[in-house]
Ligand binder design. Sequence first.
Ligand SMILES: N[C@@H](CCC(=O)N[C@@H](CS)C(=O)NCC(=O)O)C(=O)O
Length: 202
Amino acid sequence: MIRLYHRPQTRSVRIHWLLEEMGLDYELETLSDAAWQSSDYRKINPFGKVPTLVDGDVTIWESTAITDYLLATYDDGQFAPPPGTPDAAEHMSWRHFAEATLISTVADYAINTFWRPDEERLADVAQYAKEAVQPILDVLNAHLDNREFMLGSAFSATDVMVGHAAISCQMLDLIGPDRAHLERYATSMRARPAFLKISADW
Ligand SMILES: N[C@@H](CCC(=O)N[C@@H](CS)C(=O)NCC(=O)O)C(=O)O
């Protein structure tokens, strides 16, 4: 049985959502503050971060790596293009972009505008992140012109990774009035049945 070590309002939401999209059986282990910071948790995730996924003998962390694992182990071609194709390369590019370029910048903004208590927020970092994300969102918005999903007309695991960031931007008022494609995309991702099942995570 797959077990997801999870916290609401974190990157583990993406894996929770993907598990629902893929229709897999899983157990959700929502960590308390104490469990998250415990030495026991560091035995399965050396950085003490979420998500971590355990599946039998397999323990895997880093959410993009977890999506790689779930696709390689359980996907029958529904959630990713065939390996070694141009579509697969595009799928990998955008899926990694979602963590490495997009959500890392959005998270700096979120942490310093609402996640941390007031006295721990760094206004300079929030301002920097808000400025840094603008050209990234412009590219994403342009990409979504005439595309229902990140790869065109078919939903894929990339939409969970990028969709999570798009929804976060919508909630944080980062999309702005001139990015209609991104706005439409975020709204449509939020309406997906699998997303609605995990929406209490937000
Ligand atoms: N690149 C990692 C980032 C994981 C990460 O930073 N998770 C945050 C929550 S969004 C966390 O657990 N932070 C706790 C900490 O840093 O102590 C991934 O995608 O899994």
